[in-house]
Ligand binder design. Structure first.
Ligand code: NAI
Length: 342
């Protein structure tokens, strides 16, 4: 975290797959911008396992406990078997209950819609991510969806407070409380109450998630902030990424009371790992969110964040893009294009 003087200390977890290559690119940009970060490198995920340790080593947890801010690359999670997700473990351990994912149209990245400017707020610790699954009898398995009053109320308040601070106009809750009357019902009631009792000035609407998704892909500009429980937030984040150019351009932050971890929405992309073709922009944007977070204690980080943001917007506007966005630059070349515009 930022001390009042000198460099700020931030835990750095490069992660797996494309993680190390996009992390290198992001560090180059931050260095060139003179961000003044003292990185504390730590391992998690397959990288930690291959080192002979745990997927989430105690030393990494202690470092985050101490420094309270981390920039993290994606970590691979085996499908259908194997160890539990490091990402979910980190979010639970540090009670990072609020995930924030800004989704905005970018200059020079033509997509079906213009002027998309959405923020997804995802409850990050409950729902079907409880990881409580069991075999009831052979051939019948069950997964537990958990919602608590405390969890639903705190994310609702967090979202409305965020909307107020950022001067956003409207919150839309996506839910399926017509079917999951207890769990999604609780989530919905907590949001209704927060709106009615404390934040009546923020416009508020609710939508059953299936119809909400249809409206999203018809006209995303009708939404401002989307508030969702854990699984819906996960799925809708990728859907919204598709509205503005894909997973290479959507950053994220996970906030709790005692720590914040910044990471892109995308995963470790094993299909393109090690080829120097991944787009580092989503992680760079996450780093910009991190600098803005650090700026709450030390305002100079805000100016660096703004310079980096202007530089990548300019690079995109000049047609300097990676392949996922229809360009021809590789990971390093995109980082250089941003640095040239700082
Ligand atoms: P993914 O996000 O890694 O990839 C989906 C598709 O998007 C792939 O075709 C990939 O090449 C492309 N893509 C993703 N990021 C890109 C980038 N920066 N530049 C260019 N193309 C990019 O999702 P997938 O394949 O479902 O998951 C792979 C692994 O990542 C899994 O083990 C999963 O559990 C993990 N994962 C980790 C996350 C995290 O650490 N926060 C989040 C999501 C998935």
């Amino acid at each position: 975290m930022a001390s009042k003087t000198g460099a700020a200390s931030v835990v750095l977890i490069p992660g797996d797959g494309i993680g190390p290559e996009i992390t290198d690119a992001v560090l180059e940009v931050l260095d060139a911008a003179g961000a003044g970060i003292r990185w504390v490198p730590c391992k998690a995920g397959l990288a930690a396992l291959e080192d002979g340790g745990d997927v989430l080593p105690e030393s990494t947890i202690e470092a985050i406990e101490h420094h309270r801010v981390a920039l993290k690359g994606p970590c691979t999670t085996p499908v259908g078997e194997g160890f539990a997700s490091v990402n979910v473990q980190l979010r639970k351990h540090f009670d990072l209950y609020a995930a924030v994912r800004p989704v905005r149209s970018l200059p020079g990245v033509p997509t079906r819609f213009e002027n998309v400017d959405l923020i997804i707020i995802r409850e990050n610790t409950e729902g079907l991510y409880s990881g409580v699954e069991n075999e009831v009898v052979p051939g019948v398995v069950m997964s537990m969806k958990v919602a608590t009053e405390r969890g639903c109320e705190r994310i609702a308040h967090w979202a409305f407070r965020f909307a107020t601070q950022r001067e956003r106009q409207k919150i839309t809750v996506f839910h399926k409380a017509n079917i999951m009357k207890m769990t999604d019902g609780l989530f919905l009631r907590a949001s209704d109450h927060a709106h009615k009792r404390e934040y009546p000035n923020i416009d508020y609407e609710t939508a059953i998630i299936d119809a909400g998704c249809m409206r999203l892909v018809q006209n995303p500009s009708q939404f401002d902030i989307l508030l969702l429980e854990n699984l819906y937030g996960d799925v809708v984040s990728d859907l919204c990424a598709g509205l503005v150019g894909g997973l290479g351009v959507v950053p994220g932050a996970n906030f709790g009371e005692d720590a914040a971890i910044f990471e892109a929405v995308h995963g470790s992309a094993p299909d393109i790992a090690g080829k120097n073709v991944a787009n580092p922009l989503a992680l760079l944007m996450s780093a910009v969110m991190m600098l803005n977070h650090l700026a709450e204690e030390r305002t100079e980080f805000g100016a660096v964040a703004e310079r980096i943001k202007r530089a990548y917007d300019q690079a995109l506007n000049d047609g300097e893009k990676t392949r996922d966005l229809g360009g021809s630059l590789n990971t390093d070349q995109f980082a250089k294009a941003v640095i040239d515009r700082l």
